[in-house]
Design a protein around this ligand. Structure first.
Ligand code: BGC
Length: 268
């Protein structure tokens, strides 16, 4: 049982149909929020998450939209407002990788990652912030007028060869998050990032699904285990709650120590 509640609050989780997004959606629903599951892939997959939330006694429904498409994002917010009336929590989670050696990286690989990971967060945050400002704080619901949680990565600070588009998108999210937090705080809007390390999802399957890969990956994780979506989900739900009411403009890393430069433990 959580010591806090998100009862009566409406949350949108982009890319909420799988991976970390699904873990976040389940935890927000468990804490009492009504959850909109945004997805770009098959509706049936998103519906499975919706069904799981409903089976646990929660409330959710799915909306299709490509977060990098301005018109689709605006339509998604309009549909959500029609369905649930407003928004209290945005989890800017949708993201992907298009990996390549730097000199072979195509403009398409670069643009795809920047559009979805970074521009997508801008578009959704802008629409959410407009509604938070219009509506303001609602008594007995939350101390904040709204909460924006950006899914970043340890790669907002750890450079990542072979993935420069991804690392650049996450570095961009850091300053997007901080600048939004600075500008929106007077409106009682909190903006924070979560910086996951290696979390077992489809995005990094090659890095954990064989014993050899796992052994190599664990050399980067002092705490010696790969994370699960549930770890991130619990943090996101807590960050969205009033327990975290004084946190804004910062990244909380959840990475088993990946950002501790483990290579230095017995070197340097
Ligand atoms: C990436 C994963 C990677 C992890 C740690 C994440 O942001 O999406 O592929 O395993 O960072 O390097």
């Amino acid at each position: 049982m959580n010591s806090y509640s998100l009862q009566g609050q409406v949350a949108l989780v982009t890319g909420g149909d799988s991976g970390i997004g699904k873990g976040v959606a389940l935890e927000l629903a468990k804490a009492g929020a009504k959850v909109v599951i945004n997805h770009v892939d098959a509706h049936e997959v998103a519906q499975l998450t919706v069904d799981e939330i409903k089976a646990n006694g929660g409330e959710a429904y799915a909306i299709h939209a490509d977060v990098s498409n301005e018109a689709e994002v605006i339509d998604m917010f309009a549909e959500m407002f029609q369905h649930y009336g407003t928004i209290d929590i945005l989890v800017n989670n949708a993201g992907l990788q298009r990996d390549s050696k730097f000199v072979d990286m195509t403009l398409e690989q670069w643009n795809t990652v920047i559009s979805i990971n970074l521009t997508g967060q801008f578009l959704c945050a802008r629409e959410a912030a407009k509604e938070f400002i219009r509506r303001g704080v609602v008594q007995d619901r939350s101390k904040a007028a709204g909460k924006i949680i950006c899914m970043s990565s340890v790669h907002e600070v750890i450079p990542w060869g072979g993935h420069v588009n991804y690392a650049a998108s996450k570095g961009g999210i850091m300053m997007l998050m901080k600048s939004m937090a600075q500008e929106l705080a007077p409106h009682k809007i909190r903006v924070v990032s979560i910086g996951p390390g290696a979390i077992e999802t489809h995005i990094n399957q090659a890095a954990w699904s064989t014993p050899e890969a796992l052994e190599k990956l664990l050399t980067l994780i002092p705490y010696n285990r790969v994370g699960v979506a549930d770890d991130i989900g619990k943090l996101a739900a807590w960050l969205a709650s009033d327990e975290a009411d004084y946190i804004t403009g910062t990244t909380i890393f959840m990475d088993g120590g990946m950002t501790l430069y483990p290579g230095f433990a017995d070197n340097g």
